[in-house]
Ligand binder design. Sequence first.
Ligand code: CAA
Length: 399
Amino acid sequence: MTQESNQADNVKVGIDKINFYTPNHYLDLVDLAEARGVDPNKFLVGIGQSRMSVAALDQDIVAMAANAAEPMLSADDRQEIGLLVLATESGIDQSKAAALFVQDLLKLNDDLRAIEIKEACYGATAGIQLACDYVRSHPGRKALVIASDIARYGLDTPGEVTQGAGAVAMLVTGDPSILAIEPESFYESRSTGDFWRPNYSTVAFARGKFSEEVYVGMFEELWDKAQQQGVASPENLQALLFHIPFSKMGRKGLRTLGNGKINEADYVRLTERFEQSIVYGKEVGNIYTGSIYIALVSLLENDKSLKPGDRIGLYSYGSGSVAELYFGTLQPGYRERLDTQSHRALLDNRERLSMSEYEAMFSAQLVADGSQQDLGRSDHSADAPHYLKGMKAHERQYR
Ligand code: CAA
């Protein structure tokens, strides 16, 4: 390793600010269970979810991404951002990066790289790692990484209960206020057919059980590798976050550490912290790329016992499949950076949909013939200044 790269590794970089947005409508999963003739406990306990956010057409991934980032950015941030990454698997264009629309809505500098990253639910972690490298090599600049997705599996399908919508925005900087990310991480890529969405389809296809196997298997491999290298010693780990498309999936990953694989006290501590990490996700549902990062916000805002200096692990997984296990340390003053009250209000103030309203919202589509379409505004709250106004000559019109 050269002296320069050693120095770059020693610079502290990581998440300085984090915020999420989720649309203001939700479906209660007991209503879904009753409508589909399923025991509600299958969804509440077996899947481990209670509600899912539903996005109206005007809250597409661009609008949600801008709404997640808008409240946390200062005027200085907007000037200093040199990299904007939007991670999504709900892309709106085959060519133009959704990040460019977001750059415009957020009134960011022109002096930046704006790109979109796709690798299923792993995309935002690729963005975070890219952002950390960028900040290490461009001292004084910042990177904005936004995960934004609408998880759609189709009406009356096994995957229907694992839908959701939302975005998480993270500002990556030097000397971060929330989480300093370690340069060393463990990753693996392997082509699998566990989940995919062909270009012609508005809904995803999944081999759900197979996906769980790959997810758990890759976690075990990466955990063992990190253990062997002395990087994941459980006694030095205060929490372990998982990609959580639905909470049972993360729980299955965590359970592989039970049965004596790590000592009981460590397992109990990681399990208690896991429960805090799923509080928000259980109400928002699956947000693909953002799922692990909403788990991070949930952990930090709901757990009262973590403290600066505590080390946490993050297991990120994207079907197809790419997985990464990485680590970070909570920074002094991280609690002051959180916005627990607003996040709780965002979740509590959503409007509950009836089944017929949900099905209508799910089935609504943007026009695809070049005609003009004016959308109503679904969220009038201060949380959603950005929205898709409609379509005109095959182009999306934002406000
Ligand atoms: N009370 C309590 N639990 C109950 C119950 C009841 N009455 N009835 C059933 N259950 C339990 C079952 O025992 C089962 O538990 P385990 O998983 O612990 O065995 C659980 O509820 C689910 O029951 P089923 O296995 O019968 O459920 P299902 O066949 O309907 O499918 C699913 C569940 C596979 C999760 C399905 O919803 C699905 O395919 N969802 C999509 C999954 C997916 O997207 N996978 C990819 C994930 S990775 C990712 O996020 C993708 C990415 O990168 C984009």
